[in-house]
Write a protein that binds this ligand. Structure first.
Ligand code: HEC
Length: 168
């Protein structure tokens, strides 16, 4: 997104300015460091190792399930429990950024919108967890699910169908 680029430029500018204030200026070095993201994890790994475990934790912590004892509420019941799901939501927020990195982003268009949507759903979940607001937390979970599905439908129809089956 253009805004991110502007921010990056600003950050490298500030970095260069700071560096040159205390030592010999190394503008090339600062620029390279900014471009040098580690994107060794491919999209599939980022999904299965980072995003899915965090999202599953959110989905497993909202709503109700019917089990042998009747309807059981899944929401956290303690401050620590809510703090834990809030931290999982923070992983979702940051995964939106990780997906948008050069070397991972598949285009500068819908991919970026879905990545941003992921972060926004994560923020919703974080805010709901902080307020311990069950209804808002449940809605954030639904919003999250629709972002996953929308991106898979556009970029990985194969995963989209697997995803639907496993959620059933
Ligand atoms: C910005 C787009 C995008 C978003 C948002 C997204 N995914 Fe994905 N996901 C992909 C792509 C592309 C693949 C296929 C990667 C491949 O196989 O190379 C994938 C694959 C997967 C896989 C299969 C990984 C594997 O081991 O093959 C899982 C699981 C997954 N995503 C979970 C999720 C979940 C859960 C969410 C939402 C919380 C989500 N994804 C959101 C793009 C996205």
């Amino acid at each position: 997104m253009p805004i991110n680029r502007i921010n990056l430029t600003l950050i490298s500018f500030l970095l260069i300015t700071t560096l040159s204030a205390c030592s010999t200026p190394e503008p090339e070095l600062a620029t390279e460091a900014n471009a040098n993201y580690n994107v060794d994890l491919n999209i599939a790994q980022l999904m299965s190792l980072v995003l899915e475990p965090a999202s599953d934790m959110l989905w497993e912590s909202g709503g109700w399930v019917l089990d042998a004892y009747g309807y059981e509420e899944l929401y956290p019941t303690t401050d620590d429990g809510w703090a834990f799901v809030r931290a999982q939501a923070a992983i979702v927020v940051e995964t939106g950024n990780m997906l948008a990195l050069p070397g991972r982003a598949e285009d500068d268009d819908a991919w970026m919108i879905y990545s941003e949507g992921l972060s926004e759903a994560g923020i919703m979940a974080m805010e709901a967890a902080e307020a311990q607001d069950k209804e808002a937390f449940f809605q954030a979970g639904g919003q999250l699910y629709s972002v996953c599905t929308a991106c898979h439908q556009s970029y990985s129809p194969d995963v989209a169908s697997r995803f639907n089956n496993s959620a059933d």
